[in-house]
Design a protein around this ligand. Sequence first.
Ligand code: NDP
Length: 453
Amino acid sequence: MSFDYDLFVIGAGSGGVRAARVAAGETGAKVAIAEESRYGGTCVIRGCVPKKLMVFASGYGAAVEEASAYGWDVQIGDFSWLAFREKLMAELDRLEGIYQRLLENSKVERFSQRASVVDAHTVKLADGTTKTAKHILIATGGRPVRPDLPGAELGMISDDIFDLPELPKTVLIVGGGYIGSEFAGIFNGLGVKVTQFYRGLQILRGFDEEARTLVAEEMRNAGVDLQTGIDVTRLEAVSGGIKVTASDGTVATYEKVIFATGRKPNTDGMGLDDTGVKLGAKGEVVVDDYSQTSVPSIYAIGDVTDRVQLTPVAIREGMAFVETVFKGNPTKPDYELIPTAIFTQPEFGTVGLSEEEARVKEPIEVYATSFKPMQQAFAGGAAQRMLMKLIVSKATRVVLGCHIVGPSAGEMIQLAGIAVKMGATKEDFDRTVAVHPSAAEELVTMRTPVRTT
Ligand code: NDP
């Protein structure tokens, strides 16, 4: 049977674009891709990239204060959200252009419209045309969800932030995950009065307790009104903003409310159920270790599969898919020891097991040190504390986890992640000569465990 394409990819985010251009560019496959919104997807257009640029923007106030403590004659002026937003939009246009050119250069045919699945080998485009393909790859990502409560539609979601016509004076952020905690720091740094509600006991659930406790403390010290054990029960529009009733019965008005309460896979109206593609409880596409769905010719990668919602993971799933299907080399993505950074303020980088996870698995030694980094300590004022922490197996001496809170934690954890991934022992860390003076040197100079189990 002959098909229009060897591969039809639905969704041109990080995962879909990588799979499409590698399949076409490296194996000569005939590939098409459909995208209903913008090329680059969540990460490039309304996620990691604009978020990180906002993190940078929000750091200049503190940097100017620090510069002044170092003897510079400078004073912070006003932040122009509009000037920043205009530059941000131009940068996103530039990046989207790069994604489009990457596809073009790999001879991937682009359809800038929505596509859904008709059957195991057929895709229907929004303009009504159908295309056939030997393989279909679902890479449609996910979207933020609002909780189900009265007035929820009055709250924004993270997608809306980048289009704000002006910065609000006050904001309530609901949720204590990556997105909520990152934006609490961003808005706070930009001069917005931030309140953050988290329904549990401590934000960043699942991460190392000591590390997330320090992040929360320093966020509070920096001015975020972070409240835990509290949720929103009702939103009402009032003049000047949104009246919020909280689960403890208190009522307050905020100019904006942002829900950062998790994301949902984009499978609605995709025709997957009718085609026999099995979906899970959250609507995610159920796949095996090779990203194959219950329909053998249809695969899925990235957030739509709700495995690990991280761009580099989606990209690796895309690469593994091409290896498996187009290069005859069955390859499973590797989910072991994924380093990740949360761009809170302070920043948090982590790889491997938290102290709590490791402790229930085996006897461990915990090495940790907390200090004010040299650069900020010299400037004085309210310098944020850093944390460097290693979790070590008593039996094998292998470093099971590494957790860093503080400036450049994301950069540091990428490198520490290599050692941890290679199975480095505590003694391997100790054998490495310190880079002095640096904060990272603490990772190789901690001699005595602070706790053992
Ligand atoms: P998360 O799942 O990380 O966090 C959702 C937060 O909202 C949790 O604190 C959760 O509480 C809370 N929540 C969920 N439902 C409700 C509700 N109905 N009412 C009140 N609170 C609720 O989702 P995010 O949206 O923050 O991020 C999604 C994913 O995107 C992340 O898991 C991450 O993988 C990825 N991401 C990665 C980034 C990075 O690499 N730096 C940056 C941003 C996102 P509870 O803990 O109790 O469940």
